[in-house]
Design a protein around this ligand. Structure first.
Ligand code: FES
Ligand code: FES
Length: 237
């Protein structure tokens, strides 16, 4: 009877030992599972890569990438073109805007493998040597930026905007679709509407609109005109 009791009884020491062993397994298990999953992912990732040739700023770039990689990540992480910025990564801010076949595109919303055979231009490809693109120069002339984070996207979008106007594209606020505005009479409201997909957290919008006006061949308002200085009136003694 005593032996029976002894056989069924677990000592405090052996119980703790068993408990620790089980706990150890439980703790180790997730990390083992994670390692196994990571290894599996790596294998699947390299197996699933595609060989792609992209034409970026006039140069052919050949690389192996997974089909799920965005153009923005490819530009920044694989090709070292970090001018295009990642703001939201969700198609909401425009910081990643680039030109594809002349059209403005959010590079965070398009896959790199889809762009084979197309002409991609990023902010790095706009200047001709030391000569800035007229839109880049206009942004500098009109203080179209503060921190500069949104600026590459704003400039690429503005380049496309001007081309859209030249091609006679209307916007959602164009009053008469049969006579869309020309560059010379593109209103401030039209510019704001057409750039509404590009946000600036520094709120440099006045300078951005003025820059587009200058690049459109209009006379932008003098930055000094926005500064309202009033001299205190002298009070007669
Ligand atoms: S990062 Fe692409 S739209 Fe914001
Ligand atoms: S200049 Fe800072 S976000 Fe636009």
């Amino acid at each position: 009877m005593q032996n029976k009791k002894k056989a069924g009884k677990t000592s405090r020491r052996s119980f703790l030992g068993q408990a620790l062993t089980v706990a150890g397994t439980a703790i180790a298990a997730p990390s083992l599972v994670n390692q196994a999953t990571a290894a599996k992912d790596t294998v699947q990732g390299s197996e699933g890569e595609m060989n792609v040739t992209l034409k970026i700023n006039g140069e052919q770039k050949t690389l192996n990438i997974e089909p799920r990689v965005t153009l923005l990540d490819t530009l920044r992480d694989r090709l070292g073109l970090e001018g295009s910025k990642k703001g939201c990564d969700h198609g909401q801010c425009g910081a990643c805007t680039v030109l594809i076949d002349g059209q403005r595109v959010y590079s965070c919303l398009t896959l790199a493998v889809m762009q084979e055979g197309r002409e991609i231009v990023t902010i790095e490809g706009l200047a001709k040597g030391d000569t800035l693109h007229p839109v880049q120069a206009a942004f500098i002339d009109n203080d179209g930026f503060q921190c500069g984070y949104c600026t590459p996207g704003q400039i690429c979008a503005s380049v496309a905007l001007l081309d859209e106007v030249k091609r006679g594209c209307a916007s959602s606020i164009t009053p008469d679709l049969t006579t869309p505005p020309q560059l010379a009479d593109l209103s401030e409201a039209e510019i704001k509407e057409r750039l509404s997909g590009n946000l600036c957290r520094c709120s440099a919008y006045n300078g951005i609109v003025a820059a587009v006006q200058q690049a459109a061949g209009q006379k932008p308002p003098s930055p000094a005109a926005n500064v309202m200085v009033s001299e205190p009136k002298e009070t007669p003694v």
